[in-house]
Design a protein around this ligand. Structure first.
Ligand SMILES: Cc1cc2nc3c(=O)[nH]c(=O)nc-3n(C[C@H](O)[C@H](O)[C@H](O)COP(=O)(O)OP(=O)(O)OC[C@H]3O[C@@H](n4cnc5c(N)ncnc54)[C@H](O)[C@@H]3O)c2cc1C
Length: 431
């Protein structure tokens, strides 16, 4: 996949190092590093090293494992979305029409997709094929509404079966995370910008100059570690934030936090239909924390984060632990905190998984074509067979890059022989 990641990217190191040989230049997707000047952000990277972990100049380069600067899809102070990178430039060529509407189902004729019906009754005819990219929730929903899915489930809702594919909607995966939150001494966190006046200043500065702290998502330090010896890839990710605050904006205080969670949960959920009506919401059952290992992994995440926050690098700044709270030490207390505070990282995937035709749960083949029907592809995060051990935006875009080559009948880019760095003592050492 590396050649596709490189092709899609225009990487800007921001003067914070990096692994040029693994990064792309000149692609449509701008990827930038924030300045990383906040003292707490710098302390986090240093503390990772003090705790005995690797440092990495580029977790998107050869060496994912370790602590280092975070990348973001931001360009010139603005979020650089897939629409900025691909859709708007395509529209500017005059070869791309955007029709707004909600797809109700794919029109199937004798096992071939011939178009898309919208919820307002309009039908868009396909000249060559139909490509669904409606997310890990809505792509399987659309397939099922079109008669492609587990036959018994479709029949239950009175939908004619076009292709009996047991895997449609199954294999749902996500990343869960919680914040380990610390109060902080001094005024080094972003809390100093929390008043209405300060927020107005930050907003105005961003609006007129696209600079200042409003020009960054503030996740400027990351960590990828292995939870135990015997794993040859990092299975825990940290996002560090130099303020203590909940995602919904409540509970802000002078502090800092790491969002932490296991990257490869063994729990699997499913997206199923509640009705044949396209306007009805599907049933989204994540089945979170259903595997006993999830609990052990999460407890481990909290304990390892506390150890990092306990390093000298934080000595000047560290106040009391806010979440889960210093009282939560036993497995039982940590489990209670996990139940209370765990949140989705919003990384659903896997519900139209790619696989070989003889895999009964595969939904699409290696070119993204829906198995068992003609003229239909899926190109989004639903086709991941297994969740990535990092965030999903870039891998989802990479899927689009690769499947575009298949749609156009181009030869795939030559595979890369570059192997990622693996800790030389991974079999016996956790760090
Ligand atoms: C709040 C939040 C924060 C996130 N933060 C990060 C992050 O920091 N880093 C990261 O890497 N990832 C992040 N992610 C995850 C990342 O955004 C997703 O993994 C990625 O966008 C998945 O891409 P996709 O193409 O599969 O689906 P989407 O990006 O969801 O695209 C699906 C598209 O299909 C459209 N659609 C759905 N149903 C229909 C229909 N019936 N008819 C017509 N159109 C339809 C939707 O409107 C949408 O535009 C975040 C996600 C969320 C929600």
């Amino acid at each position: 996949m590396l050649p596709y990641y490189k092709r899609m990217e225009d990487w800007h190191s921001g003067g914070r190092g990096g692994d040029k040989t693994w990064r792309g230049k000149g692609g449509p997707l701008h990827v930038t590093r924030g300045p990383g000047t906040n003292r707490l952000t710098r302390a986090f990277i240093k503390a990772g090293g003090q705790a005995g972990y690797e440092l990495t100049s580029d977790y998107n380069g050869e060496k994912q494992e370790g602590f280092g600067p975070f990348d973001a899809t931001i360009w010139k102070g603005k979020r650089w979305s897939a629409a900025s990178a691909y859709l708007r430039p395509a529209q500017a060529t005059g070869n791309c029409d955007v029709i707004q509407g909600t797809a109700a189902r794919v029109v199937m004729d004798n096992g071939r997709a011939t178009g898309v019906e919208l919820t307002d009754g309009r039908v868009i005819e396909a000249s060559v094929e139909v490509i669904i990219a409606a997310s890990a929730i809505n792509s399987p929903k659309l397939l099922m509404l079109s008669g492609i899915g587990p036959a018994a489930h479709l029949s239950e809702h009175g939908i004619d079966v076009v292709a009996d594919r047991a895997g449609v909607g199954q294999n749902l995966q996500d990343h869960l995370e919680l914040y380990v939150q610390m109060a902080a001494k001094g005024r080094h966190s972003l809390y100093k910008y929390w008043s209405m006046i300060a927020k107005a200043w930050v907003g105005a500065r961003w609006l007129f100059t696209k600079s200042g702290i409003g020009a960054s998502n503030q996740f400027e330090a990351a960590g990828f570690i292995r939870s135990k010896a015997g794993l040859n890839y990092p299975d825990i990710q940290f996002h560090f934030l130099p303020i203590a605050v909940r995602y919904d904006g409540t509970g802000a205080q002078e502090g800092f936090q790491a969002h932490v969670g296991p990257m490869r949960s063994k729990s699997r959920g499913a997206v199923t239909l509640t009705s044949a009506d396209p306007k009805a919401d599907p049933n989204i059952f994540f089945n979170y924390m259903s595997h006993p290992d999830d609990w052990e992994e999460f407890r481990n995440c909290i304990r390892l984060t506390r150890e990092i926050f306990g390093q000298d690098a934080f000595a000047k700044y560290r106040g009391a632990e806010v979440l889960p709270g210093a009282d939560a030490q036993s497995d039982e207390a940590l489990d209670a905190a996990i139940r209370e505070d765990v949140e989705s990282a919003y990384h659903p995937c896997g519900t139209c998984k790619m696989g070989r035709a003889d895999d009964p749960l595969a939904v699409v083949d290696p070119q993204g074509r829906v198995i068992g029907v003609a003229g239909l592809r899926v190109a989004d995060s639903s086709i991941f067979p297994r969740i990535t051990n990092g965030n999903l935006n870039a891998p989802s875009i990479m899927v689009g890059e690769k499947i575009a080559d298949h749609v156009l009948g181009k030869a795939p880019l030559a595979p890369s022989n570059d192997a990622p760095w693996i800790h030389p003592e991974w079999k016996t050492a956790q760090r």
